[in-house]
Design a protein around this ligand. Structure first.
Ligand SMILES: Nc1ncnc2c1ncn2[C@@H]1O[C@H](COP(=O)(O)OP(=O)(O)O)[C@@H](O)[C@H]1O
Ligand SMILES: [Mg+2]
Length: 258
């Protein structure tokens, strides 16, 4: 693989019994870029994320992150290697406040075991303090620092998405996977999120997103892959993808008509 590629997906297949959900899927996510995966409902997009994050194992092919295979690794090992994700259906801890939600994402990086916590040692307290400061900083990146001690349950839908973001970033990922980040957001929330995703890239993270909102995807991504019935039918810059006749036929045409 080329050193510039963060993630390499080669000839990946996935079937559930006789249902072939992905077939011969190959593409590369370059470092320091925003990469998009689009396609109609049921095309297999979320399955791609589940394969990358270790929730599912591919039936065929290879998935490499920074030159080393991800296949066979547990989800927490993959997080530790530097991949974080948000979910199509938001998963936050509604009974915790925002700061606590973000700190949950960080615990892997706190190197203090149960005994140190029990003794409440000085080093442990200092680590806890640093974690709180970092969590507040992440909340301020997404514009939620003033709500740090609010219960997550009381947030608007758009704010819950931002909180998921902040928590994903708390693991200090090299690659952030976003599954339909603007679903259910209003236009002004979308604009804010667009800026935030740009900021994330500018801070050196790679971003790989699944998104249905064409304006959002086309405006933000450096490159886009198009999945249709489990196969990649096009890959390229937003302009290349937008003008590809097969894509227009399979997806964009229908979207415009809808
Ligand atoms: N764990 C699973 N078991 C069986 N079928 C699945 C599973 N996960 C996804 N599928 C099927 O795979 C297909 C693609 O699903 P998905 O990846 O969620 O599509 P998308 O995210 O593009 O809408 C669907 O037909 C779905 O029902
Ligand atoms: Mg999906």
């Amino acid at each position: 693989m080329s050193a510039a590629n963060l993630l390499s997906i080669r000839h990946v297949g996935k079937h559930f019994g006789g249902l072939h959900v992905l077939q011969d899927v190959s593409f590369e996510v370059p470092a320091g870029s925003i990469y998009g995966l689009i396609g109609p409902n049921g095309a297999g997009k979320t399955t791609v994320f589940n394969l990358i994050t270790g929730l599912l194992t591919p039936s065929a092919g290879s998935i490499d992150f920074q030159g080393a295979s991800l296949i066979g690794q547990q989800a927490h090992q993959i997080t530790h290697r530097g991949i974080a994700r948000t979910f199509q259906n938001i998963r936050i801890f509604k009974e915790m406040d925002l700061l606590e939600n973000v700190m949950v994402g960080m615990h892997e990086h706190l190197n203090y075991g149960p005994l140190a916590l029990l003794l409440n040692s000085g080093a442990c307290r200092a680590a806890e303090k640093r974690a709180r400061e970092r969590a507040l900083e992440l909340l301020s990146w997404v514009g939620l620092d003033h709500k740090a001690d609010m219960l997550a349950d009381n947030l608007s839908y758009g704010d819950q998405r931002k909180l998921e973001f902040a928590r994903a970033l708390a693991t200090e990922p090299k690659l952030l996977l976003l599954d339909e980040p603007v679903a259910g957001m209003n236009p002004s929330e979308k604009t804010i999120l667009m800026e935030e995703i740009n900021n994330i890239r500018n801070r050196g993270y790679g971003v790989f997103m699944i998104e249905h909102d064409m304006r959002f995807v086309m405006g933000l991504c450096d490159r886009i892959a198009v999945l249709n019935f489990g196969r990649i039918i096009a890959e390229g810059t937003p302009d290349e993808v937008r003008n590809n006749p097969e894509v227009i036929e399979a997806y964009l045409g229908k979207e415009d008509a809808a």
